[in-house]
Ligand binder design. Structure first.
Ligand SMILES: [Zn+2]
Length: 414
């Protein structure tokens, strides 16, 4: 029964996504010869057509990637891939903890190896064709090795901890596992700015006194205590620009990509930061964290129940091993299969995110000037070859940020 439900959801997901994507492709292509009025004085037709090409290429690529992902999912579950690996490891490894960790590692390795050519194609073909890629093959391999090392160093203790409480904490393991998960997230938040990010990029203090003064004044005006201003060599990997906040308490810092500083003037940078401060002022970050932790608890409770149901394994193509723990199996099945069902929550998450973006824009307009934010946004849309004419249905379903036209209309007219 669950097999049928799983297949039905998988097929409906694929068909529905394909329908959304074809809408987007048609919409973008239909508008490729006309820059929307709001932008016609600032964005040329060639830029607009380049954005249409880039958007379409990304969608076509993601359609292929998704078909392969679905094939891998079915191969691992219903076609017996997971069952095969589990049996082999059961013969090879006696220690239950090691056997289960090896099972998780094997599945992650398979997914990683299959994902690698896609990631390479995206960078060296797709991004390169539109002039965004700066990654050399050597850096690509180096990044992959570092990511693997971090996944092992951080992921292995996390997986071992969760498996341990599943085996030893009785019926309460769900709460312990959730506690581990929450603690792990805080650990990452703490490690990211000071340990993880510097493994990939160089961070140097912002060397522009005038801009630093403006930013400190803005932070003070907004009641935001600032630990430091850093510039990151984002240009090492990509021409896309960005800025973000990271860390908490006294260690809170603002990080600019060098690509962003190269393109925006001081007024525009200030407006972009005011937008980010808007997220902070409206407590969007805390709200998102609370939502994510609550959802994690719901998922763990659900997993706690599913892991005791024999049909959860057998209907997904795996026979649980008799007399041995099947906790890793339950975890893997859950994480593989869950997205097929949670996909339908995407529009709700996107809608909440867009509402937050409008709020942050409004805050930036109050603190700085809406004109500066508009000109920054126009430059960013143009530089990133983001489409100005998305299909409304596709956008409502997926987009975390409101379409450019709506954002700018709101900034102009309040
Ligand atoms: Zn934002």
């Amino acid at each position: 029964m669950f097999t049928l439900l799983f297949i039905a959801f998988l097929i409906v997901d694929i068909v529905f996504r394909f329908w959304l994507d074809s809408r987007q492709l048609r919409h973008v292509q239909a508008h490729r010869n006309q820059v929307p009025d709001e932008f016609s004085d600032r964005i040329g037709l060639r830029s607009h057509q380049r954005a249409a090409g880039y958007t379409s290429a990304k969608i076509q690529f993601s359609i292929i990637e998704r078909i392969v992902e679905a094939a891998v999912l079915v191969s691992l579950t219903l076609l017996g891939g997971l069952q095969f690996i589990d049996l082999q490891l059961g013969v090879l490894i006696d220690n239950e903890m090691l056997r289960q960790l090896a099972l998780i590692a094997s599945v992650l390795a398979i997914l990683g190896v299959i994902g690698l050519p896609f990631s390479a194609w995206r960078k060296f073909k797709l991004e390169a064709r539109y002039g965004f890629n700066r990654v050399t093959p050597r850096l690509f391999i180096l990044d992959a090795c570092k990511t693997l090392a971090i996944t092992l160093v951080l992921g292995a203790p996390l997986a071992a901890g969760v498996l341990w409480v599943m085996a030893n904490a009785g019926a309460n393991w769900v709460w312990w596992a959730w506690g581990i998960w929450v603690a792990f997230n805080f650990l990452i938040l703490w490690l990211f700015p000071t340990v993880i990010a510097p493994l990939f990029n160089k961070f140097t203090p912002l060397d522009n006194p005038e801009m630093a003064d403006r930013i400190h004044a803005l932070a003070q005006r907004c009641g935001f205590s600032l630990g430091g201003l850093f510039v990151m060599d984002g240009s090492k990997r990509s021409a896309h620009g960005n800025a973000y906040f990271t860390g908490f308490g006294k260690a809170r810092r603002i990080v600019f990509f060098d690509t962003l500083l190269a393109r925006l003037n001081t007024d525009e940078i200030e407006a972009v930061l005011a937008h980010e401060l808007g997220h902070f002022k409206h407590r969007h970050i805390i709200k998102r964290m609370l939502i994510s932790f609550s959802l994690a608890l719901v998922f763990f409770l659900l997993l706690g129940w599913l892991s005791t149901q024999v049909w959860f394994y057998t209907d997904l193509g795996v026979l649980p091993q008799l007399g041995r723990p099947n906790d890793a199996l339950a975890l893997i099945l859950f994480f593989l299969v869950m997205p097929v069902f949670t996909f339908w929550a995407t529009p709700l998450a996107s809608w909440m995110s867009r509402r937050d973006e409008f709020q942050a824009d409004r805050y930036a307009a109050e603190q700085c000037s809406s004109t500066s934010l508009i000109s920054a946004l126009v430059k960013l849309y143009d530089d990133n070859a983001a489409t100005l004419t998305p299909d409304p249905v596709h956008s409502a379903f997926y987009d975390s940020h409101p379409p450019a036209v709506l954002r700018i209309q709101q900034l102009k007219h309040g």
